[in-house]
Write a protein that binds this ligand. Structure first.
Ligand SMILES: NC(=O)c1ccc[n+]([C@@H]2O[C@H](COP(=O)([O-])OP(=O)(O)OC[C@H]3O[C@@H](n4cnc5c(N)ncnc54)[C@H](O)[C@@H]3O)[C@@H](O)[C@H]2O)c1
Ligand SMILES: [Fe+2]
Length: 402
């Protein structure tokens, strides 16, 4: 357990170090409905003739990559589909993808899907750059630090923002420990935002992945130590877009405008937290993904309001800014912050999500605390630094929330 003073000193040094990091925003090589069909020609123009298409089995069964595959065939771009990836991808998935890449002499990667295939693809790219290190050895900060193979990210959920982040979240299969590779080298250079690809997302996944994007924006904005104006603006823009469009996308999956706005929201929120960092919602949520297989977006949707409530007055000012962005009124910052948290709770109810998680076992508290503490302290510049008892308090709240 790191002391509060140590955490704040580390963060002050990290803030300076951040000035030398290559936080870029990926180039949107093409965007808009149907734009995915243009990608193969763009890839060929980069001199790449053979790619690994990293996606997941569910997407293949639904035919979501079919348009891209047809366009690759028309363009003469050779490809191998690798889709043996589970939600909350594991190091074993990464190793299998790595073998497929090598066996098929690929020259680049298309990461096509939600955060799970995109992160697995980033893991494969990291392993190719650092063949002598395992996934667990690459987890942490700045362990890749080497140029990766040509990489195009194509999100099909509007949530993780992995297409614009430095992170790849991978679970170690043998221990269930879910942790991130964090390195600017795996931040994709190119991305495609085609809202047509997200039209088939069922309402539950639309809601939970959208709440994940919201969580990125809210955690990045309430952290604020590492942020520049860019991250603050992106976080606020993302919150506004999600406030105005997520519920519409949830109610009508074919509302292409809502789908498009949500894609941009996820993109901005991802870019905001890639420098600003996430916080305890993610740190605890990752452990629930690793231990109990809880889907990431669901964990985020459920935990977010509880963490904001537990932070209390420390987040009133920042949350009141977000309330302003959404047009919520209140007599002071406290009241506005409470209105914002009420809206988070309301979104959970309206989209049929639970208030808490009764699957959390008391005997796992120590493990959850250790993993969440190791992920977040001292790296995440959270508004209040938590000790063991604060994590336990959150877990109690989550277990009993109705
Ligand atoms: N790298 C990052 O910066 C970052 C940020 C947040 C979360 N994550 C990680 O991302 C993973 C979660 O990603 P996710 O929330 O996007 O979910 P996911 O990729 O696990 O996908 C969830 C389900 O949705 C399906 N799906 C995806 N797109 C679809 C579409 N267009 N139509 C129909 N079904 C579709 C998938 O097949 C899958 O069954 C977690 O492992 C999480 O930890 C990464
Ligand atoms: Fe997330």
């Amino acid at each position: 357990m790191a002391s509060k003073v140590y955490c704040r000193v580390f963060q002050a040094v990290m803030k300076l170090g951040n000035c030398f990091m290559g936080y870029r925003t990926p180039e949107l090589v093409t965007a808009g409905p149907g734009s995915i069909k243009e990608l193969p020609a763009i890839i060929r123009r980069k001199g790449v003739d053979n790619v690994l298409l990293v996606t997941d089995g569910g997407l293949v069964n639904l035919g979501v990559p079919d348009g891209l595959i047809k366009a690759m065939e028309t363009e003469g771009l050779r490809y191998t589909v690798f889709s043996d990836i589970q939600p909350n991808p594991t190091d074993l998935n990464v190793e299998a993808g790595l073998r497929s890449y090598k066996e098929n002499n690929c020259q680049g990667i298309i990461a096509f899907g939600g955060g799970s295939p995109m992160d697995c693809a980033k893991g494969i790219a990291a392993r190719l750059a650092r063949p002598n290190k395992t996934v667990p050895q690459l987890q942490g900060i700045l362990k890749v630090h080497k140029k990766i193979v040509p990489f195009w990210a194509v999100p099909t959920t509007a949530g993780t923002g992995s297409e614009t982040t430095v992170a790849a979240v991978i679970t170690e299969a043998s221990t269930h420990h879910k942790a991130s590779i964090n390195d600017p080298s795996i931040l994709p250079k190119y991305a495609v935002l085609d809202p047509e690809l997200t039209k088939g997302l069922p309402p539950f996944i639309t809601a939970t992945t959208g709440m994940d994007a919201l969580c990125h924006a809210v955690e990045a904005y309430t952290n604020h130590t590492y942020n520049t104006k860019v991250e603050d603006t992106m976080a606020k823009d993302a919150v506004k877009l999600i406030h105005d469009w997520l519920y519409k996308a949830y109610l009508d999956g074919n509302d292409l405008e809502a789908r498009e706005k949500m894609q941009y929201a996820a993109f901005y929120a991802g870019r905001a937290f890639t420098r600003g960092c996430v916080g305890y919602v993610h740190a605890v949520g990752h452990t629930l993904g690793g231990l109990y297989g809880v889907a990431h977006g669901l964990a985020m949707s459920v935990i977010l309001p509880h963490v904001m409530k537990q932070f209390g007055p420390a987040v009133y000012d920042r949350l009141s800014d977000l309330a302003d962005v959404c047009g919520m009124e209140g007599k002071d910052n406290k009241e506005k912050a409470e209105k914002f948290i009420e809206w988070l709770d309301d979104m959970k109810k309206k989209t049929g999500l639970p208030a808490g998680f009764d699957i959390i076992k008391q005997e796992d508290y120590d493990q959850i605390y250790r993993w969440a503490d190791a992920e977040s302290n001292p790296l995440y510049p959270v508004p209040v630094i938590w000790q063991r008892e604060d994590f336990y308090k959150l877990l109690d709240t989550l277990r009993t929330a109705q």
